[in-house]
Design a protein. Structure first.
Length: 263
């Protein structure tokens, strides 16, 4: 190989982080992207490269070395493509970025935990937990951030980490009828989210794509797993998601069949 290769999954938010960073640097064309079908077992050649692990994205350097974990890949790309610098140069501001990005774990767990929930009785508690995550982000931005809309003036490192998951928030709007309340305690984080999802560097996916591909997640089957009675995953590469009908919104009813989903 003459340049790095990223092995990725379509519409995966962790993979999208890498694309966003490269877009911000104007380096998207300097890295090859090779798509992996999540509905099929990982190919043997890829498992040999990753030493048996299946999580993506994975970056293979031009000289054949392998780097795993999206945040580690971001740091590597930031180091080899130094201009423009996306992470903050000032040590304190960089520390603030890092403190914010460590909050992603609980945010992501709350978001996906609610999406995959199959018990209607749990919805209120999951909604409150999601609101708690947004309130914590709002408090952090008020304490440490600039006046807005971004953490430090422009779309940067923290935005790169969080934006793909703000865009996956679309599946909670659709399948759980969840909206961030129009209350003062969420005003700063709402401003941040709206600016992040609208940024030109973060347009790798759309609301329609997220909702259609994540239907099986909403029914409790993640990472390309098949629901009972189904032969194809909603993450299947074909037919193209644009040609499929919108899935049913009520995730607590009998899951749709392949034909109903255009599969």
């Amino acid at each position: 190989m003459t340049r790095p290769t990223v092995y990725h999954i379509p519409v995966c938010p962790f993979c999208q982080r890498v694309e966003i960073l490269l877009s911000l640097k104007g380096r998207r064309e300097d890295v090859d992207f090779r798509m992996i079908d999540i509905t099929e077992p990982r190919p043997d050649w890829l498992l040999r490269k990753t030493r048996g692990t299946t999580a993506l994205p994975v970056l293979e350097t031009a000289d054949g070395r392998v780097i795993k974990e999206s945040l580690v890949i971001l740091r590597y790309l930031e180091d080899i493509y130094r201009e423009p610098q996306i992470a903050q140069a000032d040590p304190y501001r960089r520390a603030v970025e890092n403190m914010l990005t460590t909050m992603d774990r609980d945010f992501i767990a709350a978001e996906y935990g609610w999406l995959m929930n199959q018990d209607p009785q749990q919805r209120d508690g999951l909604r409150e937990n999601m609101l708690k995550q947004y309130a914590q982000l709002d408090d952090f931005l008020l304490e440490h951030g600039a006046s807005g809309p971004f953490l430090f003036g422009t779309f940067g490192w923290a935005e790169t980490v969080f934006t793909p998951f703000f865009q996956r928030f679309w599946f909670l709007e659709y399948y759980e009828d969840f909206e961030l309340p129009a209350a003062p305690r969420y005003a700063r984080v709402r401003e941040w989210i709206e600016a992040c999802v609208a940024d030109p560097a973060a347009q790798q996916t759309t609301r329609e794509e997220v909702i259609k591909l994540y239907y099986d997640y909403a029914c409790g089957a993640g990472n390309g797993a098949l629901l009972p009675g189904r032969r194809r995953s909603s993450f299947a590469l074909e037919p193209d998601w644009r040609a499929r009908p919108w899935p049913p919104r009520n995730k607590y009813q009998q899951p749709a069949r392949d034909a109903e989903l255009g599969l």
